[in-house]
Design a protein around this ligand. Sequence first.
Ligand code: NDP
Length: 496
Amino acid sequence: MNAPASPPARPAILQQPLRMLVDGQWISARGGARMDVTDPSTGQTLASESLGGAHEIDLAVQAARRAFEGGAWPRLRPAERARLLRKLADLVERHADELALLETLNTGKPLGVARMFDVGFSIENLHYNAGWATKLHGETRAVSLPGDWQAYTLREPVGVVGLIVPWNVPLAMAVGKVAPALAAGCTVVLKPAELTPLTALRLGELVLEAGFPPGVVNIVTGLGHEAGQALAEHPGVDKIAFTGSTAVGKAIVAASAGNLKRVALELGGKSPVFIFADADLERAIEGAARGIFSNSGQVCAAGSRLFIHRSVADRVIAGLCERAGKLRVGSGLTPGVEIGPLISQRQRERVLGYIDSGREEGAQIVAGGAAVTGEGFFVQPTLLVNTRPDMRAVREEIFGPVLCIQTFDDDSLEQLAARGNDTEYGLSASIWTRDLRIAHQMVRRLQAGNVRVNAAAAPDFAMPFGGYKQSGWGRENGREGVEAYTELKSVAIDLN
Ligand code: NDP
């Protein structure tokens, strides 16, 4: 493991107790409850966040409701909404280094990754969705009712939206929901994960600087089962968009039932990767390694089950072992580090528990397999071979740098796809082959919302992203992602 370099200057937001953004004002929770925010690469405290609960959620929802009903946001000209979103994109870009540093301090991920991926994607996402603000529309319909009719659809913002995001990609997840919701004319209450509030709160400062009307964007920090639950239950919320575990996704569905609010869920995955004998093996090895070790495996679309054709298995496993052994693990502030820590001590114990369960159930560890000694919550990049579909490590989402490897012989594509589909999840899949016939047939057979051929699961704003089965409801990104924040009204006018 590499020792951290001396950290850059601390961003100003860390110099004082963190507060929450409600109705354009920074407030602390009634009762004063607070929690430490921790750097997972050292275990040391970075800041103190305010723990909002049902009271603060209610204030935020009321503010968002006023901004929505009063028209401060939805009735602003679409071009003006686009302009403000672009202004926010420019502000995020101007403060990109500071936001990347905050993300690295709070998650431990490499600074270069935070700058290029987390912050870079956030800027792009704001620009992409700013474009949609002026391009959402209904359409005329040719109806067959007797008489003379003018019929059309109207696309309208769904209303006040609650956004609940996890800790693995905090800023990009927050922006990924805030940007399309605002583009569609909704107002929002954002609840960041309790472990990672820093970049969301800095984003809130930039929202005010950009000049968004009060109440359009509200940010309430707090515990999931308190603030998150209160948001999901609140009768004044028209839609919840959530990313996180499947278990909490189900709790959100139950909590939302009171007013039948719309629910969008981006949940877990146990995504298969197939390497066929004819694949470009160097690229496949690199892609499979990136697909599981990026962000220390804390990625919903991580390729966590690898199926390799037996004829090339030794070569691929040797290549993966070499790659895993060379990855530089350490503090994200150290130049050259590729793998940061897991987000918390609890998450590290959870991941180590899965590695132990694999070992106990007969898997063999050929790389990694342990925590990294010293401060911080690091786990070695780990490869398990001789795994079976019934093992816990193969069935459940680990959310860590752990790849479970199986081989296949000359199974039919039907049988192979069935092995890939043997999971309650259906988020992503990757296929490595040079044979177009195999690629297309596998694409059709796999039950996954996102399939990549000769590539690891890479997101793109133009491509809808979401899951089959228990990986979620709905899609983010693309036209579908922004239309998900609208309702469609059917209008027919009798012209007789
Ligand atoms: P959670 O699903 O608990 O957390 C995701 C978000 O939901 C956080 O903002 C959390 O708040 C909030 N939340 C938690 N409970 C509730 C609730 N009852 N009502 C409303 N919101 C709630 O993930 P964990 O942090 O517990 O991680 C556990 C596992 O979940 C991981 O190991 C991984 O397998 C999976 N996961 C999957 C993610 C994905 O992108 N698919 C992302 C994160 C986790 P708070 O953090 O403040 O509790």
